[in-house]
Every structure is written in structure tokens, then in C-alpha cells.
Design a protein around this ligand. Structure first.
Ligand code: FES
Length: 68
């Protein structure tokens, strides 16, 4: 599932980047480019990071972005 349409980034790519050690919005912006376009995905990315932290940096269940 695409989480960032501007940069065509999927939830899998996001999980992989987090597993590699990208532990902040800034790190994910640098590595994947998420939230560097329109910004609509920023809150999802931040929530996903929080979820990954709760799961010991192993988020196997992606959160789903609800527009609006
Ligand atoms: S959807 Fe991610 S920056 Fe636009």
C-alpha cells in the first residue's frame, strides 16, 4: 500500500527503513523522501514511527492511513 503518493513510498519500504534504523521523521525524509512533498502523509509516518517503537522497532502490522 502506498503511504506517500508524492514519492511513491509503500508501507513495506517504510517498515524496512525503520528496521534499518531510521527512527525519526527526518531520517525517513532523508532516506525515502516521505513527507517532503505535499505533507499529507506526515501524520501517518509519525504514527507509524510511534507504533514501531511500541513494537520494539518491528512493526509487522501496518497502520492504515485514513484520509480526511
Ligand atoms: S503524500 Fe507524502 S508528501 Fe505528499
Amino acid at each position: 500500500m502506498y503511504v506517500c503518493l508524492c514519492k511513491a513510498v509503500t508501507d513495506r519500504q517504510l517498515d524496512e527503513a525503520i528496521e534499518r534504523g531510521d527512527d525519526s521523521l527526518e531520517a525517513l525524509q532523508n532516506s525515502l523522501g516521505v513527507a517532503t512533498g505535499c505533507g499529507c502523509c506526515q501524520s501517518f509516518v509519525e504514527q507509524h514511527l510511534e507504533h514501531a517503537g511500541c513494537m520494539g522497532n518491528n512493526a509487522s502490522q501496518p497502520l492504515y492511513y485514513a484520509a480526511g
